[in-house]
Write a protein that binds this ligand. Structure first.
Ligand SMILES: Cc1cc2nc3c(=O)[nH]c(=O)nc-3n(C[C@H](O)[C@H](O)[C@H](O)COP(=O)(O)OP(=O)(O)OC[C@H]3O[C@@H](n4cnc5c(N)ncnc54)[C@H](O)[C@@H]3O)c2cc1C
Length: 312
């Protein structure tokens, strides 16, 4: 449980971090909150020769508005996201999901940039970023670039970031539809998700259902259809069916999970805000009893529907 020897360097600016990373080459790694990298190093699953500590770069810690987007600095901690008034009013999905990450210690140290760059399919924020159609701004040896969340996650713990490239900012367009939901199923309250669902309007992304966060395309397609068409199609509900990606340690009893659009009804066809969809996440336990929870998401409704806060 003792990491292999490494050289520690602390950066005091983004420019210095990039210089240090360039000097370290492929054997260097950025250290942000350390809550994913340090456990891997202790297990010797990661053996970087040089650690470039970016944890004190306050210039990368912010939540603000910019050109129709909400922008978040990569070094913003989960706790800061959860307590941000701007996120609470504009992107409650992100604030709420950040408040579900681990325990208070993890939330005070772990950063959104670290969570995204680490690309654990069981992490919460990568799926949230996908559901919010976020774009990631980076700086590296060959300059700056922007990568859409959908192009960022390439595989298990693998992203589009190049060696020495720093994730600096997460840019999130204001969602056209205000309804949202975040469901996370865990063995214990503070655990990673066995499986999870992030919903923003008709965008649906799944946690721990593949090597990367995945979009539930069939459910998204169904949500985009008009209410009367969805109601008609209820007998053939679109369903995403998958096994949790990381199940041995985190979900020994979990079998197949279903995430389905289980019902869509229109209280009044003329009143858009009254349309609902319901997602079910089901877990067969011991073959007979069914652990089941449900969540409703209201879309095209008011900004902060009263029914969405108590699901986690
Ligand atoms: C007990 C425990 C419980 C947890 N529970 C959950 C949970 O329920 N849900 C969840 O989603 N996560 C959970 N986590 C993970 C937690 O959210 C981590 O903090 C997060 O995944 C990594 O953020 P970090 O800032 O600690 O990154 P670090 O550990 O410092 O870095 C992680 C990786 O990202 C790279 N990196 C970091 N920042 C950047 C950057 N700006 N640009 C480029 N590369 C970068 C590093 O080089 C490293 O490879 C848990 C962790 C622990 C220890």
């Amino acid at each position: 449980m003792i990491p292999a020897p490494f050289t520690y360097k602390r950066a005091s600016s983004v420019d210095e971090a990039l210089d240090l990373a360039a000097q370290a080459g492929e054997d260097g790694k950025f250290l942000a909150g350390g809550h994913s990298l340090m456990p891997l190093m202790k297990l010797r699953l990661a053996v970087p020769e040089t650690l470039i500590d970016i944890g004190r770069l306050s210039e990368l810690s912010y939540v603000r508005e910019d050109d129709g987007h909400v922008v978040v600095g990569a070094l913003t901690t989960h706790d800061e996201l959860a307590r941000s008034d701007l996120l609470g009013s504009e992107l409650p999905l992100l604030a709420h999901a950040a408040g579900q990450v681990g325990d208070p210690q993890v939330r005070h140290c772990g950063t959104i940039g670290g969570s995204l760059a680490h690309a654990d399919p069981a992490a919460d924020l990568p799926a949230v970023a996908l559901a919010l159609r976020a774009t990631f701004r980076t700086r590296g040896p060959s300059g700056s670039r922007e990568i859409a969340a959908g192009d960022f996650f390439l595989g298990l713990f693998e992203t589009a970031l190049l060696p020495g490239e720093l994730l600096t900012e997460i840019r999130i367009p204001r969602p056209p539809s205000a309804g949202w939901s975040f469901q996370k199923f865990t063995k214990r309250g503070i655990d990673w998700a066995i499986v999870g669902v992030a919903v923003q309007g008709a965008n649906v992304a799944l946690v721990n259902m593949g090597a990367t966060p995945v979009r539930a395309a069939a459910v998204e397609g169904a949500l985009s259809r008009p209410a009367w068409a969805r109601a008609k199609r209820r007998p053939t509900q679109p369903t995403v069916q998958a096994r949790p990606m990381i199940s041995m340690a985190r979900a020994p009893t979990a079998s197949t999970w279903l995430v389905s659009l289980s019902g869509a009804r229109s209280r009044s066809r003329r009143r858009e805000p009254d349309r609902w969809a319901q997602f079910l996440t089901q877990r067969p336990v011991s073959g007979s009893c069914l652990a089941r929870r449900s969540a409703s998401v209201r879309w095209r409704g008011t900004k902060r529907p009263s029914n969405v806060t108590a699901w986690a």
